[in-house]
Write a protein that binds this ligand. Structure first.
Ligand code: FA5
Length: 359
C-alpha cells in the first residue's frame, strides 16, 4: 500500500512540476512535495513504526522518491532563475561605469577659515584654539570688563544656568543656585587671549578662529551663532605698534580678496584695548553704493581692534609695561558674506542645501 502511494506521490509531483511557471508556484510545489509537512515526509517519519521487513522496502523507496523529486526541483529552480527578470536584474555587468557615491563638501565658512589660516601661517602666525563654553573670567573679567559695568551688555550674552549632575547618575540636572562660577557660550574669540598668554611668553603672533554666540535679534548681518577670528601679536616694548597692525591688516585683506578693498578705521571702545578702533570695509554686495545689507551706508562693520590694554597683560601675569601688542576680532561670517556676495547672513546657517551646494 505504502509503496504504491510513494510511487503515486513521485509521479504526481513530477507531473505537477511540469506545470510550474513561476518561482512563486515553485515555492508552493516545494512545500507540498518536499516540505516538512508533506505527505512524503510524513511517510518517512512514520518508518520507525513499521516492521523491519516493511522498513527494508519502504525506506529505500521513500528516500529514492524524495531524492528524485529534489533533483527535479533543483533543475526547475535553475531554469526558472535563468528566465526570471530578477536574475537579470541581479546580473552584474562588470564593464558598466560606476555610479559615483554622493560626497559632501566644505561649508563656505570653513573654506574662508582655511584660507585665513593659510594666509596667516604664511606670515608666521600660529593658530590657537579655546573653549566655546567659557567662564566669566576669561570672557569678561580678565579682559578688563569691570564687574556690573554696562560694558558687559555690549555683547548680549546667553548665560548658562549652573547645573548639578543628577544624584546617583539618574534623573534630571538640577540648578545649582549657590554656584558662584558663571558660564556662557563665549561672546567673542577674545576669550582665548588671556588663556593663551598664561602659557606663552612674548614675542608671539597667533590667530584664533572660532564660533561665537550672542543673544540678539537676527537680521541680514546679525546671527545668534556666528564666527569670528581673533588676531593677537605681542612683542617686547615697541616692537609691535599700530603701524604693524595696519601692515598686517592690509596684507591680509589684499591676499584674501585678491584686490584692494576700501578700509575705514573709526575710534571705538573696548575695555581690553587702548586705543581702540572699529574696523569697516566697503560693502561688496553693492560696491559701496548702498543696499539693504549695509543698511544703505556702503560700509560693513567687520570688527574691533586696538593695542592690547596693559591691564589684560597683567591679568595674564605679565609685568606692566614690558610688552606691547595689537589685537583684533573680525567677523569671519561677515568676511564670507563679502567674499561670496551673500546678502543675508542667515543663509549660511540655514542648512538649506540648495544654497550650500553653490560653493
Ligand atoms: C568684539 O567681539 C571684540 N572682541 C573685538 C575685538 C577683539 C576688539 C580684539 C578689540 C580687540 P564686536 O562686538 O564689535 O567686538 O564684534 C566684532 C565683529 O564680530 C563685528 O564687527 C562683526 O563683524 C562680528 N559680529 C558681532 N556680532 C555679530 C552677529 N550677531 N552676527 C554676525 N557677526 C557679528
Amino acid at each position: 500500500m505504502l509503496q504504491e502511494r510513494i510511487t503515486q506521490i513521485k509521479e504526481e509531483g513530477e507531473k505537477a512540476l511540469q506545470a510550474v511557471k513561476t518561482t512563486a508556484e515553485l515555492e508552493v510545489w516545494e512545500v507540498k512535495y518536499l516540505g516538512r509537512k508533506s505527505e512524503l515526509n510524513d511517510i518517512l517519519k512514520g518508518l520507525k513504526d513499521l516492521t523491519p521487513e516493511e522498513k527494508r522496502v519502504v525506506g529505500p523507496l521513500g528516500n529514492a522518491a524524495k531524492q528524485a523529486l529534489f533533483t527535479a526541483f533543483e533543475k526547475a529552480q535553475g531554469t526558472l532563475l535563468e528566465k526570471s527578470s530578477d536574475f537579470e536584474k541581479e546580473r552584474i555587468d562588470v564593464t558598466a561605469p560606476g555610479v559615483p557615491a554622493p560626497v559632501g563638501h566644505t561649508h563656505p565658512i570653513t573654506i574662508v577659515e582655511n584660507e585665513i589660516q593659510d594666509i596667516f601661517t604664511s606670515l608666521g602666525f600660529a593658530v590657537a584654539d579655546g573653549p566655546e563654553v567659557e567662564n566669566e573670567h576669561y570672557n569678561f573679567d580678565a579682559l578688563n570688563f569691570p564687574k556690573d559695568h554696562p560694558a558687559r551688555d555690549m555683547q548680549d550674552t546667553f548665560w548658562l544656568a549652573s547645573l548639578n549632575p543628577p544624584a546617583g547618575g539618574e534623573g534630571g540636572f538640577e540648578e545649582n543656585k549657590k554656584s558662584k562660577e558663571k558660564y556662557l557660550p563665549r561672546t567673542h574669540t577674545s576669550n582665548v587671549q588671556v588663556r593663551y598668554m598664561e602659557t606663552h611668553t612674548p614675542p608671539f603672533r597667533i590667530i584664533i578662529p572660532g564660533r561665537t554666540f550672542r543673544n540678539e535679534a537676527t537680521d541680514a548681518t546679525h546671527e545668534h551663532t556666528f564666527h569670528q577670528f581673533e588676531c593677537l601679536m605681542v612683542g617686547v616694548a615697541d616692537e609691535v605698534s599700530v603701524a604693524t597692525f595696519k601692515y598686517v591688516a592690509e596684507t591680509f585683506f589684499e591676499q584674501f580678496f585678491g584686490k584692494q578693498v576700501n578700509v575705514r578705521l573709526r575710534p571705538g571702545f573696548f575695555p581690553f584695548t587702548e586705543p581702540s578702533f572699529e574696523f569697516d570695509i566697503s560693502c561688496s554686495i553693492c560696491d559701496g553704493k548702498g543696499c539693504p545689507t549695509c543698511k544703505q551706508s556702503g560700509w560693513i562693520e567687520l570688527g574691533g581692534a586696538g593695542m592690547v590694554n596693559q591691564r589684560v597683560f597683567e591679568a595674564a601675569g605679565y609685568p606692566r609695561g614690558k610688552y606691547q601688542g595689537f589685537a583684533w576680532g573680525f567677523g569671519m561670517t561677515r568676511l564670507a558674506m563679502m567674499k561670496y556676495k551673500i546678502s543675508d547672513i542667515r543663509l549660511l546657517m540655514s542648512g538649506d542645501l540648495r544654497f550650500i551646494r553653490q560653493f
